[in-house]
Design a protein around this ligand. Sequence first.
Ligand SMILES: *[C@@H]1O[C@H](CO)[C@@H](O)[C@H](O)[C@H]1NC(C)=O
Ligand SMILES: *[C@@H]1O[C@H](CO)[C@@H](O)[C@H](O)[C@H]1NC(C)=O
Length: 365
Amino acid sequence: MMLTGRKNAGKASPYLLILISVGCFFATYNFLTMVGHSRNGDGPRKLLGGGDQGGAVSSGSGSDPSKRFHVALTATDALYSQWQSRIMYYWYKQMRGRPGSDMGGFTRILHSGKPDGLMDEIPTLVVDPLPEGADRGYIVLNRPWAFVQWLRKANIKEDYILMAEPDHIFVKPLPNLAHGEEPAAFPFFYIKPTDNEKILRKFFPEEKGPVSNIDPIGNSPVIIQKAQLEKIAPSWMNVSLQMKEDAETDKAFGWVLEMYAYAVASALHGVHHSLRKDFMIQPPWDAKSDNTFIIHYTYGCDYSLKGELTYGKIGEWRFDKRSYLRSPPPRNLSLPPPGVPESVATLVKMVNGATANIVGWDDEI
Ligand SMILES: *[C@@H]1O[C@H](CO)[C@@H](O)[C@H](O)[C@H]1NC(C)=O
Ligand SMILES: *[C@@H]1O[C@H](CO)[C@@H](O)[C@H](O)[C@H]1NC(C)=O
């Protein structure tokens, strides 16, 4: 349906590649599962199952099972993604059983196509990356495709899904913020559908209503009914590939293209999200962590020793995930100087709390 009007035969478009890939999906999937099985000595459940669905960690006391959500973390096998995923999973385990939590099982959806060294530490499903070249170097285009594959293959017990990212840390037990068919999402100030009407109309036709029907969100964090995500995910994949293929859209949206694609795809299905600013905070811009559920550490935190923010300039004290592209952060990072916002201190304490307790943190994985 999304492809009407662009039937340029002769050209090997990424869509064709995707179609072929979808066609080969089951064969490839089974093959990879077997490879993973023999290489790791893991039971197929480890690779195939819906993830960690119970066992040692119990869900929030008194939590209504019908409200529980599965935590789905899309990740790669890059070291940079791995250390963040370990910290993320550590805090999930800490918060999951606490009162107020509706957190259910957990799956790291590993979209690098092969198992990595964390298969025994984090419940993981291996899925295929996009066919070579289809992401045009924009790796997060793999996320929608990863969700499509996971939803098809996994046996997910919960009715709801939280789409999460490796640089999320749970600071509080997370309740289900969705209400029935109204999912919950974090509004991003830089996602502005009404400012981009001309571009968005290429993907969101007039008959779907005003572009203000498109929520100012990305796919994460979002808590949504599994049944809704099953409908949205394939469109999200199509829309993101189409946006990437359209030069004007690619230029306009840049690194947030895949966020717009989710916003558009959900709107195409008539799904409206309730916008929850308290879903997460983003240090250093948000100073306090007492009224939120997730710390998203995507921005560098640079400060002088007097506690003044020196954003964009390397600070005398700093915490920036990008400092750890090639090796994970060492244990026991120094805490920020006095005067630095509480949220930044909490972030570093939580990173330290995780790295102190994760077995083999410094080991090669
Ligand atoms: C996505 O694109 C494929 C390939 O053209 C098409 O077969 C499929 O119907 C599309 N799906 C959606 C949900 O738009
Ligand atoms: C962490 O580092 C501080 C100095 O920054 C030191 O005083 C403390 O003993 C260290 N703690 C551990 C557990 O290594």
